[in-house]
Design a protein around this ligand. Structure first.
Ligand SMILES: Cc1cc2nc3c(=O)[nH]c(=O)nc-3n(C[C@H](O)[C@H](O)[C@H](O)COP(=O)(O)OP(=O)(O)OC[C@H]3O[C@@H](n4cnc5c(N)ncnc54)[C@H](O)[C@@H]3O)c2cc1C
Length: 463
């Protein structure tokens, strides 16, 4: 097994677990990481083209589940002491998450098997069809190295997705994607429009509200949201049992037409209950009136209800966001349509806002062009293409694998053809993608499970 060389591309949560599992099976695996540190986007980076959490980011899932999948418990075994209540709060800060990943790598002796400051440009099959040529660039320059197998863990939030903006040139203010945002200070004294209502948009709006003169947040529709803690103060996610979750996924798989609307309705009702909890009590108002009042405000003033189905959009944390809307620190407006002139932006309800800067928190795509021969699409009328063809068809190199259009419809997403969202069928013995798995639960521990599977399948094939 030690004769088999494996390149693990990217050393975020997925790459770390892949490297550990492959080395445990006896493979000669090494990690190639363009950053100078472990932890992926949890390792704060000042480089605008690297997706990074922010100083104040707090995980949206509690430490009880992000780091201790009931099956993939290697993490908890590794640093049991780290996760005691005394040491860390229930929801890890970005610094704690970064420290945790460092401790994981140290515990399993992974640092010595990682080449930092090494960017993988592309991975091509050699002419003899015997190995993968991994093209890299580091401080010394370009090089090509053959590997028997490659595991791609380069993240699924790498390429900024932006809506079309035909009149971009007319606007004279600052326009950035959230990938390049690091702190609110450059926006001090400015009027800012934040586009989107995901976790990043909410976090950035909240931070800006203490520095900018006005913060508008533009979104087309509501989004399922939850509070980190239940009424009893316990983390919401630590309360669902493993068998309960399995049952939910089983039903979601077999009767989605039944469970999905039910789950959406339950979450929307919970959103209102959470909002009622944080609403100041008015004299003489009954509980039912209070609830009606809050729901109306969420529906009409903030257009947070109804929200997109959770089957399509991840829910976000709303704890601090709703109070900011209530105080008027963040002003909700309709979706972004286009720029009008040097200071004005047009919204989907044809209203116009005057701002000095726009921050697009409109999500990311994945760069599959890193493996040009990877098969993409070939379903629902979208022709079968290689990742290289898809990338070439898009204008420029830095485009997402999907785009958001002004009417809210997406360009058909470009889907990689991966068995179990991991193995390209024709190359399953030598290529695996871990970051791409659309996780229904906790990406960190699910990627560990996927890493175990890949390492054991390849070990069994080799034995
Ligand atoms: C702002 C933000 C907040 C989030 N918050 C949460 C949260 O609270 N809870 C949660 O569960 N999930 C959260 N996520 C989801 C996040 O995707 C996962 O937590 C996790 O980081 C995914 O791990 P990964 O290893 O797949 O990817 P990443 O963490 O993105 O790591 C990929 C690594 O690959 C490296 N890389 C990329 N391309 C190359 C290349 N060509 N050559 C060499 N190296 C390369 C990158 O430098 C990086 O280190 C968040 C995502 C974002 C963007």
């Amino acid at each position: 097994m030690e004769n088999i060389t494996i390149a693990v591309v990217g050393l975020g949560p997925a790459g770390l677990t892949a490297l550990k599992c492959l080395r445990e099976e006896g493979f000669n695996a090494i990690g190639l990481e363009r950053r100078d540190s472990i932890g992926g986007l949890w390792s704060l980076s000042s480089q605008a083209e690297f997706t990074s959490v922010l100083d104040g980011t707090v995980t949206n899932l509690s430490k009880f589940i992000v780091c201790s999948n009931r099956l993939a418990s290697a993490i908890i075994r590794c640093r049991k002491d780290t996760f005691t209540k005394e040491r860390y709060a229930d929801f890890l800060t970005s610094a704690e998450a970064a420290e945790y990943f460092e401790s994981y790598a140290s515990h399993f002796g992974l640092h010595q098997h990682v080449r930092f400051g090494t960017t993988v440009r592309k991975v091509l099959r050699n002419q003899q069809d015997t190995a993968w040529n991994v093209h890299t660039i580091d401080a010394k320059g370009d090089s090509i190295e053959p590997f028997d197998k490659v595991v791609f863990c380069h993240g699924c939030e790498t390429v900024p997705a932006l809506p079309p903006m035909p009149n971009r040139d007319k606007f004279e203010g600052k326009v950035i994607h959230s990938q390049a945002y690091r702190s609110p200070s450059p926006f001090t004294g400015k009027r800012v429009l934040v586009v989107g209502n995901g976790a990043t948009a909410n976090e950035i709006s909240l931070a800006l509200s203490e520095h900018a003169t006005k913060v508008f947040q533009a979104y087309r529709r509501g989004r399922a949201a939850y509070s980190r803690r239940g009424p009893d103060g316990l983390p919401f996610d630590a309360q669902s049992s493993w068998p309960g979750l399995r049952l939910k996924h089983f039903l979601d798989h077999h009767v989605p037409f039944l469970t999905r609307p039910l789950a959406d309705r339950a979450v929307q009702a919970q959103m209102v209950r959470d909002a009622v909890r944080s609403e100041p009590v008015r004299r003489g108002e009954s509980e039912a009136e209070r609830r009606r009042h809050v729901e109306q405000r969420m529906r009409i003033d903030w257009h947070l209800l109804p929200c997109a189905s959770m089957a399509h959009v991840h829910p976000v944390v709303q704890d601090e966001f709703l109070p900011a809307l209530r105080r008027g620190d963040v002003i909700p407006v309709r979706g972004f349509k286009d720029f009008v002139d040097k200071t004005r932006v047009l919204l989907t309800d044809d209203a116009v806002v005057e701002v000095d800067a726009v921050i697009f928190c409109t999500g990311y795509g994945t760069d599959f062009g890193i493996m040009p021969e990877l098969e993409m699409n070939g379903v629902c009328g979208v022709p079968l293409q290689s990742a290289e063809e898809v990338k070439r068809k898009k204008s420029g190199a830095r485009v997402a694998d999907y785009e958001i259009t002004s009417d809210g419809l997406s360009d058909p997403p470009h889907i990689p053809r991966l068995f179990q969202m991991i193995f390209p069928p024709r190359r399953a013995s030598s290529i695996a993608f871990i970051s791409w798995m659309a996780t229904q639960e906790v990406s960190w521990s699910v990627s560990e499970l996927a890493s175990m599977a890949v390492a054991q399948i390849w070990a069994a094939e080799t034995a």
